[in-house]
Design a protein around this ligand. Sequence first.
Ligand code: KIV
Length: 279
Amino acid sequence: MSATARKKAPNAQDIRAQKGRVPLVSLTAYTTPMARLMDAYCDFVLVGDSVGMVLHGLTSTLGVTMDMMIMHGQAVARGLDKAMMVIDMPFASYEHDPAQAFRNAARLMAETGAGAVKLEGGVEMAETIRFLVQRGIPVMAHIGLTPQSINTLGGYKVQGRADQAQAVLADAHAVTEAGAFSVVLEKVPQGLADRITSEIEIPTIGIGASAGCDGQILVVDDMLGFFTAFKPKFVKRYADLGPLAEAAIAEYAAEVRARSFPADEHVFADTAPVKGPKT
Ligand code: KIV
């Protein structure tokens, strides 16, 4: 069922109206079963382009394509009933000009049923955000550390310390004025995140920012301990499922080699002797 057909799911205006109220809860999801598990607990679920690193083994999000996002978006939509679905615009699908952004955002929404798109960038993306919003596409902005710009930022560094703070503040105001309904603040110092939250009228969604943001988001595989290639400081592991999964796989491998799996309860009895000559 598409997100637009889901009566219970909040829309972009509902999320915007949560500003300053109970903190918004969000996680990323890439598959139907994971979306089902989080549906009752999240206000919105993000089909993040982190899927490239988390599920496809890419070393950055730059190789993620529109087709990948659409496939994972459709899978997540099948698992959601109550939570809104937001989908990331992948690298190079929106930066060229507003018309390119509209074409690809419209395709993402039409083919997945997402209720909004997310794109990275502040002042430089304001014109594009305005263009999309005026044409019916709700936009969640993403400022601070923007992983698609990793090659120009020079690494996954905190953004907005000291003399960079004014630029991040200007980004927050620019995306708000352009009509974004919320903004992700990634790896922004706490004091700056709190100032942005108090100055702009749309909800701030923190990831490595501040508990004072209007909401929080984490990559689900990070917080469950499945993605262990590295662990940013802002990730809290609520479970350590990676080692549990590996132990289960190791036990299975040992049992297969020892012929103790499958056991009698896992196989089907013959109802009569197998006839015919042995070959
Ligand atoms: O792709 C992603 O996972 C994100 C984060 C903000 C969670 O954009």
